[in-house]
Design a protein around this ligand. Structure first.
Ligand SMILES: Nc1nc2c(c(=O)[nH]1)N[C@H]1C(S)=C(S)[C@@H](COP(=O)(O)O)O[C@H]1N2
Ligand SMILES: [Mo]
Length: 314
């Protein structure tokens, strides 16, 4: 495998919003034949949402930044690659399977899942280990709601997630572009997965997820670094042992299992004390702010970690 290095600043290539919106209408329309009548009218890209809890007070990052400054290595290493190279990705039809140590395993059609779950809009602070941050109005439902339906067995202690492998539509998965091992995988401890902040997002800004943001369903764990937020999930498996995670596999010294945002524990290549606020920039490179413990969600999540040493369990 090639020596991995983090990408440079964003490539200049962008897709105008009008282009991806009409593309998504086409894709959503194409899906309806399969999804059947349970779902929204053919071609709908707007989600029925209600305001949820956990509303950040910061200003939301402009949609154009949320959709054009992305990490999604299946489409390439540069921040602009996911927007530029994901047009041909078909996020519908799509199945999400919930399996492993559960009483009721099930393979969900994504649009039937969306119809079955009340979709909330939640404004979350997000922070990447590369020391940039955004504030994103996600639309989704608590992962706990889905897991509750599946009924985890008492032997289940972790949740393992798997992204899609589809090299024909994901240029970053083709031979020679071996930036990561596929599929991209992530994991949470069961109590982290069941926490009310932990969201499965199916949209942002009131519309179904753009491909580059992890269509049709991705994980959002706002007190952890962005890389925990696995995109285009196709499998969720309840397991007994701590599952492997992509970045920990790639470089165990740099990426631990927990990946809790912690301004006091620096990544070997990036200080974690402060962050660059994407989309809030002035002409010369933008606003910075101090990074908060657990990304500001400590009141909600600190108890999950008790007296755990957060320096060795990074
Ligand atoms: N499948 C998959 N999921 C992924 C990634 C990826 O490369 N592949 N990148 C991660 C990283 S490093 C970050 S910061 C976030 C970025 O999400 P966003 O582009 O929607 O902001 O997605 C995470 N989820
Ligand atoms: Mo990231």
């Amino acid at each position: 495998m090639a020596q991995w290095s983090y990408p440079r600043p964003p490539a200049g290539e962008i897709t105008p919003r009008s282009a991806w919106l009409s593309r998504r209408r086409l894709l959503a329309g194409a899906a309806m034949g399969v999804a059947g009548s349970l779902v929204a009218p053919a071609g709908a890209t707007t989600l029925q949402t209600r305001p949820g809890p956990f509303q950040a007070t910061e200003k939301p990052t402009p949609l154009s930044d949320v959709t054009h400054y992305n990490n999604f290595y299946e489409f390439g290493l540069d921040k602009g690659d996911p927007a530029a190279l994901s047009a041909g990705f078909a996020a519908r039809p799509w199945t999400l399977s919930v399996e492993g140590l559960v009483a009721h395993p099930r393979v969900w059609d994504i649009d039937q899942l969306i119809a079955a779950m009340p979709i909330e809009e939640r404004l979350y602070r997000m922070r990447c280990v590369e020391a940039w941050s955004m504030v994103i109005p996600w639309d989704g439902f608590p992962l706990a709601s889905l897991l509750a339906q599946a009924e985890p067995l008492s032997s289940a202690r972790y949740v393992a997630f798997e992204s899609i492998v589809r090299p024909a539509q994901m240029p970053g998965q083709r031979a020679g572009l071996d930036s990561l091992e596929w599929p991209y995988v992530e994991g949470l401890r069961l109590d982290e997965a069941m926490h009310p902040l932990t969201l499965l997002a199916v949209g942002l800004y009131g519309e179904i997820l753009p491909n580059q943001n992890g269509a049709p369903v991705r994980l959002v764990v706002p007190w952890k670094y962005g890389f925990k937020g696995i995109k285009s999930i196709t499998r969720i498996r309840l397991v007994e042992k701590r599952p492997p995670t992509t970045w920990n596999r790639m470089n165990a010294d740099e990426y631990g299992f927990f990946a809790n945002v912690n301004p006091e524990v620096d990544h070997p290549r990036w200080s974690q004390a402060s962050e660059r606020v994407i989309g809030a920039g002035g002409f010369f490179g933008g606003a910075r702010r101090k990074t908060q413990m657990f990304n500001g969600y400590g009141e909600q999540v600190a108890a999950l970690y008790g007296t755990m040493n957060l320096r060795s369990n990074y």
